[in-house]
Ligand binder design. Structure first.
Ligand SMILES: [Zn+2]
Length: 147
């Protein structure tokens, strides 16, 4: 007979799942103790019966009732967006009607300077893009010759 104490409920349940889960001392006790073996057998029967229970089913559609409780996202109505756009356009038109003449005179001189600046920027940008394309083409050709 063995002198070590009986297994705890937790150890009994682990043994019912798999005897390999027990530490060596508890496994040795279990081999020599009829009481603990009986308890492990009871847990095995309990686990087996629980595993065969059907999964709980609700008498109502749980998904639908949860979805019904969720706040619904309000889509932005197109006529509101259209109204905002019309308001912005209206403000711009009124501004141009009221101050268009003054603006035209003030900006007239700037257009030639701005045009020249824009042309220069566009030329530099196009040249940079061309150089980049050329470098990329050379890289591809180098890869082709090695493969
Ligand atoms: Zn025991």
């Amino acid at each position: 007979m063995t002198t070590s104490p009986h297994l705890s409920e937790r150890a009994l349940q682990e043994a019912a799942e798999s005897a390999a889960l027990l530490p060596a001392a508890q496994a040795a006790h279990l081999r020599g103790c009829g009481l603990c073996q009986g308890r492990v057998t009871t847990y095995r029967q309990l686990f087996g019966a629980a595993a065969q229970l059907p999964s709980p089913a609700f008498s109502f559609d749980l998904t639908a009732s949860v979805l019904a409780q969720l706040p619904r996202a309000q889509p932005a109505s197109p006529w509101v967006l259209g109204g905002v756009a019309a308001l912005v356009v209206g403000v711009v038109v009124v501004f141009l009607v009221l101050f268009g003449g003054v603006l035209a005179q003030a900006v007239q001189g700037l257009f030639t300077v701005l045009g020249a600046g824009l042309g220069l920027v566009a030329a530099v940008f196009a040249a940079g893009q061309g150089l980049e394309l050329l470098a990329q083409h050379r890289r591809h050709l180098r890869l082709l010759t090695f493969s």
